[in-house]
Design a protein around this ligand. Structure first.
Ligand SMILES: [Zn+2]
Length: 432
């Protein structure tokens, strides 16, 4: 049974109890053991932690909310640390059931705001923008009465997708959407510079990449498949793109976590990958003469970042870094922000959620991100790190390289597919 299925089973088992209890604890776990739950913050705890850290930072950190609320009606917070000329964007927990990454991001923000010489140097050189929980509904979304949201089948979060029940009935659904639940946020990042509200999967992700939808879709109101032609229906993805446009990050780090691989209880592995949307960049030349040049710059920078991560994690015996077998879908944030010219890197952390490995997972994310920022503050071009070393230092686990990325399920037409994603078929997209 995968971690997801364990969580779903646990969620189902406790759903009845949860619905009658005042829900004052973290969403219905369990997460392996109780000791690790304290740091898995509820939405309210996350907001309070960020505001508290901002308050005690004496101006080193600022707190903001993103332009689009979640469909559950929640504000999505971010923090900015430092005011240097080079920006770095760190996003975590696009997938609601990948909770550990959020803690890494919060702890990193706190450290960057402290009075140490290292943090001060980073703040002077960099503007670090952190979204610790992109998918606030998919972790512990709640209805107005305080009970957890449910999908069309009665399941409760945490789950992978955002929360959008628009397409619950039989029939076609949007690409990368789970019927009666919501979208995979990490397939909906718009990748054309002049088209921030673009639907990256309309009309499809092969020949259709040059389309530019400009209106977006208000997913808090009723809408139909036909509206997918207007633009992006995923508020969380639009938020991250908004930050990318505002800050123009030299580096974008996207933190994920998958709980299905743990070796003898404490060995935790990490995977990383740079942008691989080379084909999309080529196709964009028809409408964007700089597309390939921009993408190659982003990809090269991303490989430098990967070298930093590899050299850093080599110092930790519990971290075993491999190349992530991710696909070429352009709406994946790793690819989308790479197409926009950022050094855009996926860091996928793997291990169980018990105290020991859970702590390691948080530390890997924290140390890797911290090292990248430290080096970026010293040299905004990371010129001391050879991008060609990325493929030398980081090898595919089991010899399996990045996937060709044919989409990951069904053919997309007019932004929709006949069946859509499902929990029991999620092995094909790993945790990316
Ligand atoms: Zn993920």
């Amino acid at each position: 049974m995968s971690m997801r299925n364990i969580l779903v089973a646990a969620s189902l088992a406790t759903a009845a109890a949860a619905s009658v209890q005042a829900q004052t604890t973290v969403p219905n776990g369990p997460y392996g053991d109780n000791d690790s739950i304290a740091s898995l913050r509820t939405y309210e705890q996350l907001m309070a932690a960020l505001k508290s850290s901002t308050h005690t930072s004496r101006g080193a950190m600022s707190y903001g909310v993103l332009p689009w609320k979640s469909n559950g009606g929640r504000e999505i917070p971010y923090v900015v640390v430092g005011n240097g000329p080079t920006a770095a964007l760190i996003v975590a927990q696009q997938h609601g059931d990948e909770m550990e990454t959020s803690d890494s991001a919060v702890n990193l923000a706190r450290t960057l705001a402290n009075s140490s010489a290292a943090s001060t140097a980073i703040r002077n050189a960099l503007t670090v923008v952190i979204v610790p929980r992109v998918n606030v509904d998919g972790f512990d979304g709640r209805k107005a009465d305080g009970t957890l949201i449910t999908d069309a089948q009665g399941r409760v979060p945490p789950w992978r997708q955002n929360y959008d029940l628009t397409f619950s009935a039989p029939g076609r659904v949007p690409a990368f959407y789970q019927r009666g639940r919501g979208y995979d946020i990490n397939r909906y990042h718009a990748f054309r510079p002049l088209c921030p509200l673009d639907n990256p999967n309309y009309p499809d992700i092969t020949v259709g990449v040059t389309s530019c939808e400009t209106l977006g879709v208000d997913s808090t109101q009723p809408y139909t498949l036909a509206d997918l032609a207007k633009g992006n229906p995923v508020p969380e993805a639009k938020n991250v793109r908004w930050l990318a446009d505002k800050y123009k990050p030299a580096v974008t780090l996207d933190l994920h976590h998958q709980g299905t691989r743990v070796n003898d209880g404490n060995m935790v592995t990490a995977s990383t990958l740079w942008p691989t949307a080379d084909e999309t960049a080529q196709r964009l030349l028809a409408v964007d003469p700089d597309a390939v040049t921009r993408f190659k710059q982003g990809q090269s920078m991303a490989k430098r970042v990967v070298v930093v991560i590899a050299q850093t994690l080599a110092r930790y015996p519990y971290a075993d870094l491999s190349l992530y077998p991710g696909g070429t879908e352009p709406g994946i944030s790793r690819n989308a922000y790479g197409l926009l010219g950022s050094g855009s890197v996926l860091l996928e952390l793997r291990g169980g959620i018990g105290t020991k490995s859970g702590g390691y997972i948080q530390k890997i994310g924290y140390h890797a991100a911290q090292a990248v920022l430290h080096e970026l503050a010293r040299d905004a071009s990371l010129s001391g790190f050879d991008p060609n070393q990325a493929e030398v230092l980081v090898l595919p686990a089991n010899g399996r390289g990045p996937t060709p990325g044919q989409g990951e399920s069904e053919p997309i037409a007019d932004g929709s597919v006949s069946n859509g994603d499902a929990d029991d078929a999620e092995g094909h997209h790993f945790g990316n």
